[in-house]
Ligand binder design. Structure first.
Ligand SMILES: [Fe+2]
Ligand SMILES: [Fe+2]
Length: 439
């Protein structure tokens, strides 16, 4: 078995998406409009489930959410009857998935960033409000990008190495956001697709809780994107408001193209199912071996070879781990606490404390445990978030801030910085878009 390191995999399949994604985050144009045209022609090849006319969209959305509710009820029933988890067989798989979608989550809402400057035109308000809610209205507790960053940070995986394709949806979102005037119907269509809560959101939330991971980010999207009053409903209202009279058919055809962009790349259930624990562990070890191959004393031997020899041979990780198992450093299918190797790497007094990241230790844990399942306490969505002491930034500048300058500070994922949060608060005031609290 050959294991490609992710860095190698990224160059082997590179379409330059990572570079594009980074450039756009930095605010560069990166030929985004032209690139977007190419992606739209790719999306033209895909089928979609939209109704024939714009007038049927309301019904379509209601039916969509009824289907999701029905399928979710069936899922819950299966689980109550003893069916295993549908998505995540262990914590490693869940954490792996959370990292794979991180580039998309890091720019949540970015396809709408170009609408901010139209604050004086009420037809844009549904889209702008959706964007502002993605930003948590400048409240770090509610900012979607920050919520996701906190989740990854708590799980110990902030800088995942990913294949190029993982940057596709994030790049699309940034490109749509940069050129939303030119691609307004497509932006509206993309938004329409992105904001309809799918079945996998519900299942993910449920299974993360079971695995002891706070699925607040996913739970939040079930509630905030709902079809009655949430982002799903706003997405249809925005379409009706911004569609020019007499040009409905042409406009709707372009909306459909934008809608289909959501389906470029791998879908969520297939992505989750593509996880392979062996591969994930060996890939992580292969990367680590580059640093570890000179670090071990030569008296450390496994099957007559020094550890340094094992680690310096490319592709040797599967055999290395097999040797550890033969030597009974690892007892597979049992509580990892029974394995000598686990005691070397886990715990504050372990000799190899700190060598592996929390995610890498989880890979080891689940690989060793195999079918043995550790009892895990359910973590209800919001449990970790509730412990935080975050404050809403206070407005410093009275006077009249320049809205153009505020918008600039809210683009990409800049809104998730302290300065961006402050700019968001100021934008709400300056544009009159702040909403009154009930009292
Ligand atoms: Fe969001
Ligand atoms: Fe949303």
């Amino acid at each position: 078995m050959t294991v490609m390191t992710p860095a190698f995999a990224a160059t082997a399949t590179s379409n330059g998406l990572l570079d594009r994604y980074r450039a756009m985050l930095d605010g560069h144009q990166a030929n985004a409009a032209q690139w977007l045209e190419t992606q739209l022609s790719r999306a033209d090849q895909l089928p979609d489930d939209l109704p024939d006319t714009l007038a049927q969209l309301g019904q379509w959305s209601v039916r969509h959410s009824a289907d999701v509710a029905r399928d979710y009820a069936a899922y819950l029933k299966q689980r109550q009857q003893g069916a295993p988890r549908r998505y995540f067989s262990n914590r490693s798989q869940a954490i792996w998935f959370l990292q794979q979608v991180a580039p998309t989550k890091a720019v949540d809402g970015a396809w709408l960033q170009g609408t901010l400057k139209h604050w004086a035109d009420p037809r844009y308000h549904d889209l702008i409000r959706t964007y502002l809610e993605e930003l948590g209205n400048g409240d770090p507790r509610c900012n979607h990008v920050l919520i996701y960053q906190r989740l990854l940070s708590r799980l110990g995986c902030q800088e995942p190495v990913l294949i190029d394709e993982r940057y596709l949806q994030g790049s699309l979102q940034l490109a749509l956001g940069q050129h939303s005037d030119r691609f307004l119907p497509e932006v509206i269509g993309y938004n329409l697709g992105y904001e309809q809560p799918p079945l996998h959101l519900l299942i993910t939330t449920y299974e993360l809780a079971e695995l002891g991971i706070d699925g607040y980010y996913f739970q939040l999207h079930i509630t905030i994107d709902n079809a009655a009053s949430g982002h799903a409903q706003k997405s249809i209202q925005a379409l009706q408001q911004l569609c020019p009279r007499g040009e409905e058919a042409e406009f709707y055809a372009r909306v459909r193209r934008g809608y289909r962009l959501n389906d470029l790349g791998v879908d969520t259930p297939s992505l989750i199912a593509s996880f392979n624990l062996d591969e994930a562990l060996f890939t992580a070890l292969e990367q680590k071996s580059l640093f570890g191959q000179f670090m071990h004393a030569d008296r450390c031997r496994l099957q007559k070879r020094t550890i340094n020899q094992w680690l310096s041979e490319p592709g040797a990780m599967p055999d290395f781990v097999a040797a550890m198992e033969q030597q009974e450093w690892i007892r597979r299918g049992e509580d990892p606490a029974n394995s000598r190797w686990w005691k070397l790497i886990e715990g504050p007094t372990a000799p190899m404390f700190g060598v592996f990241t929390p995610y890498e230790k989880q890979l080891w844990h689940d690989w060793i445990a195999a079918d043995w399942q550790a009892p895990v306490r359910r973590v209800l969505p919001g449990a970790w978030e509730g412990e935080l002491a975050l404050e809403v930034p206070r407005l410093q500048s009275a006077g009249d801030p320049d809205v153009g300058d505020l918008v600039e500070r809210m683009l990409g994922n800049r809104h998730a910085t302290p300065d961006g949060l402050l700019a968001t608060r100021n934008y709400l005031l300056a544009t009159g878009l702040a909403q009154e609290e009930p009292r």
